[in-house]
Design a protein around this ligand. Structure first.
Ligand code: DMJ
Length: 673
């Protein structure tokens, strides 16, 4: 082994480089050796030859590179993990996430969360909406001038632009208290005092609606907010336990099927639109687009499916401008048509929408008069929108037939009609309640829908109201409430269904449209009676049927309730009439009465885990005996009319432009005032 030392001449410091060379290790001696052992030893020698400073610098550099390496490895690992998970998800759903969002662009702006990162899916905000071939409002000669609220976002293009505007506003004014416009409603960012984490999942609170003529938006008031809260509570129950099914059973946290067509969801669509619940609407719309199928071997009731499903789809189409709803309306409309294939052209009560067959109930060949005469608004509108007159022809024929039919009593109709003979059956019983009610309602409403030209309808309506006055009106004791009773083979019965409470609203609507002023007077007295059907009961909720006292008896109220009649199904008729009365008179007492009713629904029918329930006993506040069912009309009608009743915006479904079907679905008046 050789060791040598080199002394740097003139250097004040002595730096040593020691080199040790063994013969077997010397380069050139014994040939080129590149063995690992040799390289290791050689590196070590070189390392030792470095000065302390040089070694420190190198060590520092190594340490620095090592730290960088660890950091970048960790982040690469995360990226890889997310890519792997994402592709696993994609495999599970069979869809690519961004495409899924774009495959069916919503008619409404996609929900904008306060902390949403709009850069995540750039295609989403840049995507141009597809051209919609069916976004129209019927044949041009019949088109109505839609209120500004409805046309503002009437196309998907407008909607997507609004999404972009919202996103932009969100970015720029995230911290400001901005006001955002959506389908005519102006939405304020959440002002609640909840923690920020819970705010993220809460949909924005609509706080203003814009009227057509007023420039200033009309603020949404506390009572309307209470309705929104009630709706959300009901919807939560439906969503959690009955999603896509007909009705919620809120106590057993399950559902019931009637037609198996998502009845509650469809009935509630336009209510969500009117209340400004865009997240809920959007979610429901997706269900309609992806899961609502009418090609099913199922028997449906012609009347119920027309007023709830066809009516709900048509009105949602009008409010949203989304052609999806018109397509679905056409589908169900066509599938219901076999009902009219009867010897008399009076439709059967039931249709199998998958098989295309129709039949009467098993026990009779009769149909119910109200049912065959309360499908007209919807089928007529379907003809107007599609240009296919078969729908209107079928239902108009029924009305023409009934117009000339004998068996009426001063315009009052019996409850049944035979599908073979076309004649009324079970003559002699006259009521404005179940099985006849909406016949009267639709006489007036068809006349208004068609631009007040169809005189036969008006004639029948006017005659019927005279018949009511002559045969069915009486006054109760002790309060002398005017009520509408029933006539059975010449005998008056002081029985009145809650269903009859549609009448004050209808009378007021007629008076508003120029009919006799005494109709309005009658409406005022009858709505007082309907209110008393709530106010005189222990829970403040009306029973299904009441009997009025005709003679004063000590300790007796006007209203008597039989044990079999003391249930409440969350029906809308009184609230519906309160809405019309408030619209036409501006008298705040109608709003106050409605407010009392809403509070009592909350007190006795609200189920804590979500939803509202029908009850069996309105006379027992300590145990109203919940029935475990939320009818679809509670969302379709009752809460919608509540919201409209509490609104001071006459353009929130303007009654000179829209006519409500009997399930509270607004359809356009063909020639608006
Ligand atoms: C609804 O389906 C409709 O309002 C119908 O006209 C009568 N029955 C219920 C509500 O009570």
């Amino acid at each position: 082994m050789y060791s040598g030392a080199a002394v740097a001449a003139g250097s004040p410091r002595r730096d040593f480089i020691s080199v040790t060379l063994g013969p077997e290790e010397a380069v050139g001696v014994g040939g080129y050796n590149n063995s690992k052992a040799w390289r290791r030893r050689s590196c070590w020698r070189k390392w030792k030859q470095l000065s302390r400073l040089q070694r420190s610098v190198i060590l520092f550099l190594f340490a620095f590179l090592a730290v960088c390496g660890v950091i970048s490895f960790t982040s690469m690992g995360e990226t890889w993990k997310s890519i792997t998970n994402k592709s696993l998800d994609d495999q599970r759903t069979g869809q690519e996430i961004p495409r899924l969002k774009l495959a069916n662009p919503a008619v409404l702006p996609a929900p904008q969360k306060a902390d949403a990162n709009h850069g995540d899916y750039p295609e989403l905000s840049l995507q141009k909406p597809p051209k919609l071939p069916h976004v129209r409002r019927g044949p041009s000669n019949l088109q109505i001038k839609a209120p500004r609220r409805d046309t503002r976002l009437k196309t998907q293009h407008d909607t997507m632009r609004a999404v972009e505007e919202l996103a932009e506003a969100d970015k720029v004014e995230k911290t400001e208290k901005s006001i955002i416009s959506w389908r005519g409603a102006v939405i304020e960012p959440d002002q609640s005092t909840e923690s920020p984490s819970s705010k993220v999942t809460e949909p924005e609170k609509p706080s203003f609606v814009e009227t057509e003529d007023q420039k200033e938006p009309v603020p949404i008031n506390e009572r309307q907010l209470a309705v929104i809260e009630a709706f959300r509570h009901a919807w939560k129950g439906y969503k959690d336990f009955a999603w896509g099914h007909d009705e919620l059973k809120p106590l057993s946290k399950s559902y019931s099927e009637w037609f198996g067509l998502g009845l509650t969801l469809i009935d509630a669509l336009d209510t969500m639109w009117i209340l400004g619940l865009k997240e809920e609407f959007e979610e429901a719309r997706k269900w309609v687009a992806n899961d609502l199928v009418f090609d099913k071997n199922v028997d449906v009731n012609l009347f119920e499916s027309t007023i709830r499903i066809l009516g709900g789809l048509l009105s949602t189409y009008h409010l949203s401008g989304d052609s999806l709803f018109l397509e679905k309306a056409k589908d169900i409309g066509n599938r219901l048509m076999p009902a009219f294939k009867t010897p008399s052209k009076i439709p059967y009560s039931d249709v199998n929408i998958g098989r295309g067959t129709a039949h009467p109930p098993r026990w009779t060949s009769d149909s119910t008069v109200a049912e065959v005469t309360s499908i007209q608004l919807e089928f007529r509108e379907l003809s107007r929108l599609t240009g296919d007159e078969k729908f209107q022809k079928a239902v108009d024929e029924v009305m023409k037939h009934v117009h000339i039919l004998s068996g009426k009593n001063d315009g009052l109709v019996p409850m049944f009609i035979n599908t073979n003979s076309g004649q009324f059956t079970h003559l002699g019983v006259y009521t404005l309640g179940a099985r006849a009610d909406s016949y009267y309602e639709y006489l007036l409403k068809q006349w208004i829908q068609g631009g007040k030209k169809e005189n036969e309808l008006l004639e029948d309506y006017m005659r019927a109201i005279e018949g009511v006055k002559k045969h069915l009106l009486q006054r109760s004791e002790p309060k002398k409430l005017t009520f509408v009773g029933e006539l059975a083979h010449g005998h008056f019965s002081a029985k009145m269904d809650h269903l009859v409470c549609f009448l004050p609203g209808t009378l007021a609507l007629g008076a508003h449209n120029g009919l006799a002023a005494d109709h309005m007077k009658l409406a005022e007295t009858l709505i007082e009676t309907c209110y008393q059907m709530y106010a005189q009961v222990e829970t403040g909720l009306s029973p299904e049927i009441v009997h009025f006292n005709l003679h004063a008896q000590k300790g007796h109220k006007d209203v008597e309730i039989k044990p079999a009649d003391r249930h409440n199904l969350l029906r809308p008729e009184t609230v519906e009439s309160l809405f019309y009365m408030y619209r036409f008179t501006g008298d705040k007492k109608y709003q106050d009465w409605g407010w009392e009713i809403l509070q009592n629904f909350n007190r006795y029918t609200r189920v804590p885990t979500g939803g509202y329930t029908s009850i069996n006993n309105v006379q027992n506040p300590s145990n109203p005996e919940p029935r475990d069912k939320m009818e679809s009309f509670f969302l379709g009608e009752t809460l919608k009319y509540m919201f409209l009743l509490f609104s001071d915006d006459i353009d929130l479904i303007n009654l000179d432009k829209y006519i409500f079907n009997t399930e509270a679905h607004p359809l356009p008046i063909w020639v608006p005032a």
